[in-house]
Design a protein around this ligand. Structure first.
Ligand SMILES: [Mg+2]
Length: 271
């Protein structure tokens, strides 16, 4: 049995850290296997609200990464839990897909088409002008505007597409009302994720490829942060930010184990 003398757990962004599009990033499977053997817990953390936990487990398994639904934490889950805390049995008009609808359902939020407590906006390819128009009218009448995240664009194989933040921006512009966003870098999601693993602040490491979500979120919470170069951030962009990651690593599998656990890897082998 392996043991980590210094308790540590990982919050892992997915796109750009685990995979790029449909491709697994080199070394990921064996790194995660090492974490399992060492008893280091990890949670996959994504600002994509489209998929359910089960969908993501399936996607990971196709890439050769075993996981369970409770190792997945999406901004849709964070948003649904947040709303359930704020106003149990609330009603919501929803722009988004399965991942969001299912998380709201599980948390007792009813999806309605008229006079909602909240307008909730997530990722989606099924958004249309009528939905945005309806959302604008509801927010203008007093419904509270909540975004699962404010990512303005999402990478795809053929270029970027508008992200949740771009859709939210239309509603904000039209109404003059600013959305509350729950996904990374919001402390709401960052804190829920840490608690999901039962970690303390000092034990938590956030690994991501995006400065203004993953790293900012981690820095704000006082977690240790690792920026990986396997996603869309270039090394020369990093110094522009007022906040900096604790470590920059080529990829997840290149994070030194001694840095992670604060001790040398071989010392962790306990009979
Ligand atoms: Mg990413």
């Amino acid at each position: 049995m392996y043991e980590t003398p210094n308790r540590v757990g990982l919050l892992l962004d997915m796109d750009g850290v685990i995979y790029r599009g449909k491709e697994l990033i080199e070394g990921t499977a064996s790194f995660l296997e090492t974490m399992r053997r060492m008893g280091v817990p990890y949670l996959f953390l994504t600002n994509n609200s489209q998929r359910t936990r089960r969908d993501i487990v399936k996607k990971l398994s196709r890439l050769g990464i075993p996981s369970t639904p409770d190792q997945i934490f999406t901004c849709a889950i964070a948003t649904a839990r947040f709303l359930a805390q704020e106003k149990p049995e609330a009603t919501a008009f929803v722009i988004g897909e399965n991942g969001l609808a299912s998380a709201l359902h599980v948390n007792g939020i009813s999806v309605v088409d008229d006079d909602p407590d909240y307008v909730v906006v997530g990722e989606g390819r099924n958004v249309n002008y009528e939905m945005v128009e309806a959302a604008v009218r509801m927010v203008a009448k007093g419904a509270k505007l909540v975004a699962t995240n404010m990512d303005f664009s999402c990478p795809t194989e053929s270029g970027i597409r508008p992200g949740c933040g771009a859709i939210v921006a239309m509603i904000e512009k039209a109404t003059g009302i600013e959305a509350f966003s729950v996904g990374k870098p919001s402390p709401v999601m960052m804190r829920m994720a840490r608690k999901e693993l039962g970690l303390r602040t000092a034990e938590t490491v956030m690994v991501g490829d995006t400065m203004y979500t993953d790293i900012l979120g981690g820095v704000q919470m006082g977690y240790r942060t690792v920026l990986v170069m396997s996603g869309h951030t270039r090394r020369d962009e990093v110094s522009r930010y007022a906040y900096q990651p604790d470590l920059i690593s080529e990829r997840l599998s290149e994070i030194p184990l001694e840095w992670l656990t604060g001790t040398r890897a071989e010392e962790k082998l306990v009979a």
